[in-house]
Design a protein around this ligand. Sequence first.
Ligand SMILES: [Zn+2]
Length: 319
Amino acid sequence: MPEPNYAVELSPPDIEPYRSGNTGFDYVTTFDSGFAGPHVLVTALTHGNEICGAIALDRLFRAGLWPRQGKLTLAFDNIAAYRSFDPRVPTTSRFVDEDFNRLWAPATLDGPRQSTELARARALRPIVDAAHFLLDIHSMQYSTAPLMLAGTLDGSVALARRVGIPELIMCDAGHAAGPRMRDYGGFGDPASSKTALLIESGQHWERRAAEMATDVMLRFLIALGTLTRDDAQLLAGPDFDAHPRQRIIQVTEAVTITGDHFEFAQDFRGLEVLSPKGTLIGRDNGREVRTPYDDCVLIMPSRRLAKGQTAVRLGRFLS
Ligand SMILES: [Zn+2]
């Protein structure tokens, strides 16, 4: 199937000014209001080629905004992968050795295995441990509507509704290949008050993704009382005042690749609604994978079709 060739409309910002930071961790900066309030963490470059998050954080730094309460920490995650970003081959810098966002299980973080991403995840772990709220900024391979990934906890869905954009909120348990940062520790624990969101801002290279990333970040910080609306107005983009009717997609399962060769039956891009039940999705080493129910929504079909990885997630609209 032909791969879409998206123009690279975004330029990776220079983040060297943020290397030294003030936390003792490279590329991690904490602003302390001096007043009581939550510790809010916003992260970018969990995947090194998803540059819209770096653009959003760069804008926030440059605006010189200071939290009104609590603390605000801004972190750039997979710096090694980001450094290898090349707009001529923009898909190759997602990670160096492995996916940074599949390592967030204590057994993995505490285990003996070594990789570029594990070293960085271990370094950042105390930062993630210290945060009450997390927004992790991502983008997607295909150009589809932005998605807020709210995990499985009610508190995360409630926060996604308070943020108010984007239109689509996805409730999901992540990937068989390993837990994401947004599911780590208290962020995945219903008994904890910690809450995390992950925004898929749009296609990796489109200007729109940087606008969405920025507006979601601002509205996340307003919702938590870190910034006021007046503070944030300075950086507002086209969705700053948007109030779409938000809809929830409940993910029911992930199609995890079990064979050496997986192919999709059609050139799926994501958010297709397939009916009836039993529609062919793809073939995993020849084994047919079909939709388990009517009106099945395909979520973020992958272009990296490797054994053990998620090919696509399946869900249904709840509202
Ligand atoms: Zn990502």
